[in-house]
Design a binder for this molecule. Sequence first.
Ligand code: X8Z
Ligand code: ZN
Length: 618
Amino acid sequence: MDRLCWPALLIICTALIAACKPAPDAAPGALATEAAAVEQTGSPSAAEAVAFVAEAEEELSRLGQANERMTWVLRNFITEDTELLAAKTAEAFTAAQVEFAVKAASLNDVEGLDYDTRRKLNFLRSGTVMPAPGDVAKVAEQAEIGAKLSGLFGQGSYCREEGNCLALGELEEIMAHSRDPEQLLEAWEGWRTVSPPMKELYARQVELANQGATELGYDNLGTMWRSGYDMDPADFPAELDRLWGQVRPLYEALHCHVRARLGEYYGSGAVPQDGPIPAHLLGNMWAQNWENIYDLVGPEATAAAYDLSAILNEQGFDAIGMVKTAEAFFSSLGFEELPETFWERSLFVKPADRDVLCHPSAWDIDEKEDLRIKMCIDVNEEDFNTIHHELGHNYYQRAYNQESFLYRTGANSGFHEAVGDTLSLSITPRYLARIGLLDEVPDASGDLGLLMKQALVKIAFLPFGLMVDQWRWKVFAGEVSAQEYNDLWWQLRKQYQGVAAPGERPAGAFDPGAKYHVPTNVSYTRYFLAHILQFQFHRSLCEIAGNEGPVHRCSIYASPEAGGRLNAMLEKGRSRPWPEALEAMTGTSEMDATAMLDYFAPLQEWLDEQNAGRECGW
Ligand code: X8Z
Ligand code: ZN
């Protein structure tokens, strides 16, 4: 289930779900008895639906927890044995998910259902990330493919020659800090050697999951993925377009300025001034976050923004110290401290002696108190922010632990991703001074630099956050063949991000597979939504905290009023439609990017000045 996969677990369990499809006809017999009862009495009654939902919640919770625990072991200790064992556990869980989904679909038309039963039936039907077709052989095949795909990613590395291999983390370091185009190109292309073997497997997995989705009554898997937003799935793409339309001018201004500066640095031969930016020059393996090239593109005239990475290192922070600092922020809002077991059981540092999956994740093992994160923390600003992101998941999980099983998740997937990021927006100079990380609060002349840095994280991300699922939805809808996957990927990268591959891609390339969320089947629109929502949350919480200055200078640190309002939303999980949750928190029931635009207004003005006389666009 989703909750299992919460951001973190979602990642994990989706991979396994994909890997282990049990055939409904091979599944346990609980529902057979019920079906027989229905046969005797004619169509199922509302009371039967209520009983069915209760049974499903209990069973899925039980199997989900077993799966969660096993998956934790797998991701912390990747071997053939743990892969096999985890696949078995996931299979049982997936078998139940699919069985309950089929049954829920069959109860769709029951009349006289109460609100919660109707809502939960919908979640039961649509909530399986990679549904299985009802055929034993295909289920086994799909299980095998899922395991292979996540294995190819998790154990991937780039080897210059035998014995000289670089793991993803090391390649990402090069992408972040090297300014040598040759070296950047090698790291960029090198990492993409892991994914060509995924292509055919991925295509087959899509085919199988689409069959599963069709059996549940959806046109294809994409429609099923779009069904979790309390609206007609057919309207969801237009909702995303609307939000993207709000922020696109700001993105285009940022792109224009960054391209010009990169052109000055690398030469306009390397960075053509009328086309997309080569993807290896933006400081990140996927060109999704540009903060690492702040030194090349930031405003020169203003005082330099402080360097939080340097400060954390100078002050002797280690991974635990960073997590403790993030926890203290939540405590200052009135949230209870993390349990002792969090500290005992989490993974904070990359182990030297075994394969682990380093992509950051947050876990809720027992749906009560057994919260954990798994992350290979480096002492730098990016990871400091990501720790807040992960703890946001954990505090959300704990806040809704009194809700029933199917409501133990975010109001929508974007909400879950937005909580920790909302707190990160409050990591302001004043806050850093208050906790002793800065000696004094820099004056407002440094704000432009800070806003630029933030824009390189938040604004630069937006089109990437959108395009990943635009690609997947077309793939799921069968609009392209496997041979066309990579071309479609780069077509969308260009269309949305204005970014291009640094050179012709080889015939077998499967570049989407080099991004974690594709081989592990984690939906990505969640992050796009989270980037919009977190500014809405921040603005409202700042008002509640009594902030009167510009919103980019506001920190909600130590405001129990803001914490109380946040908690009121978190503890409801998804028991009510997300627009209600949003309205209770912000006073508006619409997702809306004006909070984000207001936050960046001073930067937009500066960018427009910089871009005067430049030809923008690609
Ligand atoms: O995957 C994540 C989180 C875990 S839910 C670290 N993020 C996306 C990514 O890394 O691609 C956060 C930002 C976008
Ligand atoms: Zn997350």
